[in-house]
Design a protein around this ligand. Sequence first.
Ligand SMILES: NC(=O)c1ccc[n+]([C@@H]2O[C@H](COP(=O)([O-])OP(=O)(O)OC[C@H]3O[C@@H](n4cnc5c(N)ncnc54)[C@H](O)[C@@H]3O)[C@@H](O)[C@H]2O)c1
Ligand SMILES: O=c1ccn([C@@H]2O[C@H](COP(=O)(O)OP(=O)(O)O[C@H]3O[C@H](CO)[C@@H](O)[C@H](O)[C@H]3O)[C@@H](O)[C@H]2O)c(=O)[nH]1
Length: 440
Amino acid sequence: MNIAVVGTGYVGLVTGTCLAETGNNVTCVDIDLEKVEKLNQGIIPIYEPGLDTLFYRNVAQKRLRFTSSLEEGLKGASIIFLALPTPPGEDGSADLSYVLEAAEDIGKLLKGYTIIIDKSTVPVGTADKVQQRISQFATADFDVVSNPEFLREGVAVDDFMKPDRIVIGTSSETVKKILSELYAPYVRQGNPVIFMDVRSAELTKYAANSFLATKISFMNEIAHMCERLGANVDMVRLGIGADDRIGKRFLFPGIGYGGSCFPKDVKALARSAVECDYEFRILEAVMEVNAFQREYFVSKLLRFYHNGLQGKRIAIWGLAFKPETDDIREAPAIYVIRELLAQGASLAVYDPEAMGNIKALFGDKISYAADQYEAVRQADALAILTEWPVFRAPDFGVLKNSLKESVIFDGRNLYDPEKMAGLGFYYNSVGRALTDGRKN
Ligand SMILES: NC(=O)c1ccc[n+]([C@@H]2O[C@H](COP(=O)([O-])OP(=O)(O)OC[C@H]3O[C@@H](n4cnc5c(N)ncnc54)[C@H](O)[C@@H]3O)[C@@H](O)[C@H]2O)c1
Ligand SMILES: O=c1ccn([C@@H]2O[C@H](COP(=O)(O)OP(=O)(O)O[C@H]3O[C@H](CO)[C@@H](O)[C@H](O)[C@H]3O)[C@@H](O)[C@H]2O)c(=O)[nH]1
């Protein structure tokens, strides 16, 4: 099939590449000229594991192209995917300006029957708005479909190629037939393509993200109880996760969820509730707990250094909002860095992929280490903010010799507290015993 993808960010680029991989002809469109130029030079502007192999293969075989001209992108396309930003507006509701402006431009260019698929995360009623906006300008026939995307950054290619499920909101039998064919290669293992009405599909996306965010905030609260009651959150996690009704995943406490999706989508669903005269009480608590997690992490350092952080050098391992990505959107690290700087600490940071993005934000206010061990050299303490695999089994001897004092604040529970005490560290993690082996 001939496909256009409008918006070539994390979702658009992965969607376009993975659709080309199964034999479709895909043109990705973006208004960011620099991005399009890079893509046309074979430079992938984001870090996403596994994307490069598929990208280079499909570009070489001319199934994947990039352009900044919408007109050129839409030429011959029978399906148009919208993968455009829907950032939070001032009141928390999703800002639909990117989607609706693109709809208008698309309307002016539509030729024959076209399926317009919304992959952006949008509130209930958006497909109707897109339909109306396009109708004002189009003469050709078209259908607007909601097809929310559930990929996770860091494993986006796998998630797209083998999705748990595909949700499609449409009432058109023609659309159902065409999209069943388009997605058939991705659900060969029997994962379902779930057809439903458009409004339910739109809400499904927010419900999924909000439920997962709720799971995380719930576990963060359980972690606080563990710290107060002398229980171990790892054990509680295993104990409840073994129950199929609860499930093992998304039960890891830490410094709160970040990223470009959970924070904005929870906020947007809460706002949607207000707009339809309902107070979504759980979501208010989920957001409150999430904000508290990063504050609590910083407060642990402040309590430890009760004379203040002035003159202290803190090393930070992990800046991205999660491992295996360079994305720092809403990363807890941004808050932690700002707070520690405000308290007078000097910072040396390291992340395998997100250094460039953090540098663009903080410039020369902090030091950027070439590797994780350089970051801790002569630091008073280490703070761990992202659970990159490379941090999981460091050389503790080197770590201990590099730090001025053997002090670790771990926001991601990477190590065993007893083991850390045995190695002579002060080790403060989330929802587990605080251990101090410095006098061992
Ligand atoms: N990032 C994720 O993991 C993820 C997963 C599922 C769903 N989503 C949703 O998908 C949507 C896109 O998210 P993203 O992370 O890919 O965003 P992004 O910011 O990475 O990419 C959006 C792209 O759209 C481009 N753009 C803006 N206006 C345009 C226009 N008029 N024409 C062409 N291109 C235009 C931007 O230049 C940018 O490259 C959002 O609604 C998001 O909530 C994101
Ligand atoms: O047990 C857990 C799991 C995750 N997180 C945090 O939650 C955030 C989000 O993680 P994750 O969901 O893995 O990453 P995203 O790429 O943001 O993916 C989410 O957001 C996407 C955009 O909507 C959806 O498509 C995905 O299905 C949904 O998982 C990160 O800060 C994680 O550190 C935890 O704190 N504890």
